[in-house]
Design a protein around this ligand. Structure first.
Ligand code: NAP
Length: 303
């Protein structure tokens, strides 16, 4: 029986594994894809305190190797179900296997919703980004666009407007879903332009992003907008389908948990982007991982 099964090998999950292993626990990490989570898509991480610059992939690899060196067992299988037994321990189903454990850290992360238009996949990392905080600095002095009408899009546009030449805010409706105050701050900026009732229908470029095609949602009229950066902020989807029958999730599918990472089920803890929280950053994922791991270790004491 494992002491802790960590579901997800992104920064939150690997941080959990490292902390639980250093507390002397037997740890299994279950990962449905490959290790690293969303951070591997970020070419340069420049906002992690103590590390001036590192690629997302190298950062994730360092964490993964650290966890393995401490004794983490890793299985590349997607968790499909969790059963809680009367004694307060768990059986996890994944692929053809099942794993018994005393506690669980859910660190399954979230995936950015994509626009699903031509050119998007091909230009990720070549101008198309899902994280203004991570990648915005690479577009200093350039023309960029942000797609979306929620708080993330408005905040991204405000952030980018501080050092990009122009920021085009593209939203499919004529009113924003995000806070009015943020919209008003944006409207005061000379370098911010609004493209409302516009849907991105194509993304152009070969080696690098060159521009987007917009279609007016009312008239169907199309126009091209040349930009070097496109920040897609159309929401996220937590990767929590396997757990929703057992654990309380909010209306967006995020696992309900406070800063102490406790979920609605004793012995199951949630860390990183899959839990309810306002700030989803590398630093907060790693911090959650340590909090959740130590909570899981404390739970193991009594089970
Ligand atoms: P969100 O609130 O779900 O907004 C997503 C936006 O993307 C919506 O405006 C939506 O349009 C648009 N959208 C969705 N699919 C689209 C598509 N296929 N094509 C074009 N547009 C599309 O997501 P979010 O902004 O990431 O925020 C997530 C949550 O975190 C929210 O609760 C938000 O308030 C919160 N948050 C809070 C803060 C803060 O308080 N500081 C900061 C960031 C986020 P429609 O409006 O037409 O549906």
């Amino acid at each position: 029986m494992y002491d802790v099964v960590v579901i997800g090998a992104g920064p939150a999950g690997l941080s959990s594994a490292i902390y639980a292993l250093r507390a002397g626990r037997r740890v299994l990490v279950l990962e449905g894809k490959s290790y690293g989570g969303q951070i591997v898509n970020t070419p340069k991480v420049e906002n992690y305190p103590g590390i001036k610059e590192i690629s997302g992939f190298e950062f994730a690899t360092n964490m993964f190797e650290q966890a393995k060196a401490l004794g983490a067992e890793v299985q590349y299988e997607k968790c499909t179900g969790i059963e809680r037994r009367a004694a307060g321990d768990f059986v996890i189903s994944a692929g053809d296997h099942s794993y018994e454990c005393r506690s669980i850290v859910l660190a399954a992360g979230a995936v950015n919703r994509k626009l699903g238009v031509k050119g998007e996949e091909e230009l990720i990392g070549k101008g198309v980004s899902y994280c203004a905080t991570c990648d915005g600095a690479f577009f200093r002095g350039k023309d960029v666009a942000v797609v979306g009408g929620g708080n993330t899009a408005l905040e991204d546009a405000l952030f980018l407007s501080n050092y990009c030449k122009t920021v085009s805010v593209i939203h499919r409706r004529d009113a924003f879903r995000g806070e009015k105050k943020k919209e008003l701050l944006l409207r005061e900026k000379d370098n911010v332009h609004f493209h409302l009732e516009q849907q991105v229908v194509a993304i152009a470029g070969e080696e690098h992003l060159e521009g987007v095609t917009l279609r007016n949602t009312a008239t169907g009229e199309e126009k091209d907008l040349p930009v070097e950066g496109l920040f897609v902020a159309v929401g996220q989807m937590p990767d929590t389908q396997g757990f929703t029958s057992l654990i309380q999730v909010d209306e967006g599918g995020y696992v309900v948990a406070e800063e102490n990472c406790h979920t609605s089920i004793p012995g199951i803890f949630a860390a990183g982007d899959c839990r309810t929280k306002n700030v989803r950053q590398l630093t907060t994922a790693v911090a959650d991982g340590s909090v959740a791991a130590l909570a899981a270790c404390a739970y193991c004491e009594g089970h």
